[in-house]
Write a protein that binds this ligand. Structure first.
Ligand SMILES: Cc1ncc(COP(=O)(O)O)c(C=O)c1O
Length: 416
């Protein structure tokens, strides 16, 4: 298979006359709600931005965020962390993963996921995906058998959710502990049940391009009291964990406080203050994303050589981005399509490029993991996979314009 090096917007045609141009910035986020800005200002005036107090407590923003997010998720415990990737690392450690252990992970995910496994000193075992971009359950069964892994890091990459009934049944049969990477599924559901409520532990990201935004941040939820206590200690609570609210009983900490390292990955009170008002907005935001996706996806699917995979009825996904596959298109034409779309204002990310670009990277770019696991379908699917962001402010007219840019970019690619 030919490989292509494409440096994002650096290559490709310039804007052509009489062409549709999308003038918006697809990476522009929503502003922080006024209540979050006011809370942040209050904290800054107070000066106590660290989440824990010593002689006197400050404003308990992080503890309140944890309590509110645990309630939203219907989980007993929540721990606020400094990033989604660090939340994944803490989840692995708190779930008992030791250096050298094998951890199953779907091959289609973002770099912080294998990064978290490497951070824990564990060995990722790549599992193939199917044409719906989700983990292939037959390959999961096979790789679980071959590797003897006891943990699955299930990444709902770009918000695509596998058949959770079948997956959880397989994991139960194999005795696999499931850690859910919900960086792209905050508020999504499978058959009415929230993503992040299936596994032993689930992690979320609040980095700017996620469903709620604090620049950087992570949230970890679990119903397991030992995982929760270890996660709080690992996050860097010192012996101040009593100040947490969504935490297990103090006696549980006695089991772990002398044997669990402090990894200093706490969320600050300032970050938590920005997030609290956004938790209350998750459901409403997600409805807006579904409306945008429902408008744009059929327009994009109708373009020659492009297919948007159908989603199962049980999957209530949160489409903060749109994925589509390039079908029967030579690499040189794919490169021209992406370059023309980018030149006319629609930033298309393509997973078929030779090297990692921006936020895209493929499993063969993670050379530090030294895996020999075959994932032939992931190789094929990722070679044709494209992705665009769907900011919440997109109007129906914006969707029409984006589709027109993509249609014209494909016409360019085919004509050349
Ligand atoms: C699929 C996935 N998992 C985990 C993360 C890690 O999140 P963070 O950037 O907060 O470390 C990301 C970040 O983009 C991601 O895309």
């Amino acid at each position: 298979m030919a490989t292509i090096s494409l440096d994002d917007r650096a290559t490709g045609p310039s804007v052509r006359p009489n062409r549709t141009v999308f003038a918006g910035d697809l990476s522009a986020p929503e502003p922080i709600p006024e209540a979050g800005i006011e809370a942040a200002l209050r904290l800054m005036r107070d000066g106590r931005l660290f989440r824990y107090g010593e002689d006197r407590s400050g404003l308990p923003e992080a503890a309140l965020l944890e309590e509110e997010y645990a309630a939203y998720m219907g989980r007993k415990y929540c721990v606020a962390i400094n990033s989604g990737g660090c939340a994944l690392f803490i989840a692995l450690r708190a779930a008992g993963v030791e250096p050298g252990d094998a951890v199953l992970v779907n091959a289609f995910t973002l770099a912080p996921v294998p990064g978290a496994i490497a951070h824990a000193g564990a060995k990722p075992v790549l599992v193939d995906i199917d044409d719906r971009y989700v983990i292939d359950l037959e390959d999961l069964d096979r790789k679980a058998e071959e590797s003897g892994a006891k943990v699955l890091m299930l990444s709902y990459m770009r918000g695509h959710i596998p058949d959770m009934d079948a997956l959880m049944a397989l994991c139960a049969r194999r005795g696999l502990t499931v850690i859910e990477d919900c960086a792209h599924t905050m508020g999504a559901r499978w058959d009415g049940r929230l993503s992040g409520s299936f596994g032993a532990v689930a992690c979320f990201s609040t980095q700017t391009f996620k469903h709620i935004n604090s620049g950087e941040g992570g949230l970890l939820v679990t119903d397991d009291e030992d995982i929760a206590a270890k996660a709080i200690l690992l996050s860097g609570s010192y012996m101040l964990y009593a100040q947490h609210r969504a935490r297990p009983d103090m006696v549980v900490f006695e089991r772990h406080r002398f044997t669990t390292p402090n990894c200093s990955m706490r969320m600050s009170a300032l970050v938590a203050s920005l997030l609290r008002p956004q938790v209350a907005e998750i459901e409403e935001r997600n409805e807006r994303w579904r409306t945008i996706h429902a408008r744009l996806a059929p327009l994009v699917d109708a373009i020659d050589h492009i297919a948007v995979p159908a989603r199962p009825a049980a999957e209530a996904f949160v489409p903060s981005s749109l994925q589509f596959s390039l079908v029967d298109l030579e690499d040189a034409r794919a490169e021209r399509f992406v370059a023309a779309a980018n030149a006319h204002g629609v930033h298309v990310k393509w997973f078929g490029t030779e090297g990692p670009v921006g936020f895209t990277s493929r499993h063969d770019h993670w050379r530090y993991i030294e895996t020999t696991d075959a994932v032939p379908n992931a190789d094929r699917v990722l070679h044709g996979l494209c992705d665009i962001r769907l900011p919440l402010w997109l109007t129906d007219e914006d969707c029409e314009t984006i589709a027109a840019v993509l249609r014209e970019a494909m016409a360019d690619a085919l004509a050349a």
